[in-house]
Write a protein of this length. Sequence first.
Length: 311
Amino acid sequence: MRYDGPIIDAHHHLWDLSLGRHHWLAVSAGQRGGLGDLASLRRNYLPEDYRRDAVRQNVVGSVHVEAGWASDDCLGETRWLETLDKTNRIADRYVVHVPLASAQAPALIEAQARFSRVVGVRDILSWSEDPARRFAARGDFIDDPQWRSGLARLKSHELAFELMVFPDQLAQAEKLERDFPNQLLVLNHCGSPIDRDPEGMLRWRKALASLGRAPNVSIKISDLVAYDHHWTLESLAEVVLHCLECFGVARAMFASDFPVARLHASFDEVYEAFKTIVSQLSADEQTALFFANAARFYRFDASSSSTRLST
């Protein structure tokens, strides 16, 4: 049975490039994260653009994840989000950025937590020797005492930490979850399986299986096409099913990562692939993956299911 119930998109981005705050999208910035040519992302992406992309899916709410806004003004992104149209509860919850190694991190966490829609923090850790792949400025944040001090402050505000790393950093992530057993961690984008050769995929599968044993870590099954530019349903299914095998249905959520995923797939292609791949699961399991887990985790109330997305 294919899922046709409500969807909460647990991960997407919005931006207004006229504000000049998304420096990573400047032509001069070059490539980032191994995503390929970013030219098609260099235009505004606002709630009406998201609704247009998602109109054929039953999206009833979404979580905005920090979109690389200038790190010296992370509160500026949250204030900007508060001004946007919330029709259909698009970008109704926020995962915000705080540079956790900064001396200002304690004050920034306090300030971000005052916004009722803020449910988590992301400080990207994905690092590679290859400058065209890396997101983070350094590869040692996980071991940095000041960064860890910042992370330790999230629990008292009931904020999740969104963990974005490459597969060869998943062992470090295990150390993080052991050292912070009461901190909720959400692994972004399936653990970013960037090396698509058989050896690289084997490393990813083994590392993900090990991290999946940690009860305080959940996973977002999102942007499967980021590193699978010539994807097929079979290649996407390989990743989705391994994520579910490692984490179980109760600790997994589907998400679009739009507009970034649009580099290689449409919104409908993303969600129709999800629906096909898990069509053999029970109705309750599918509801959990598309809606209920995200509703619980990101604190959406029951009214989230009442309004279908429209343009």
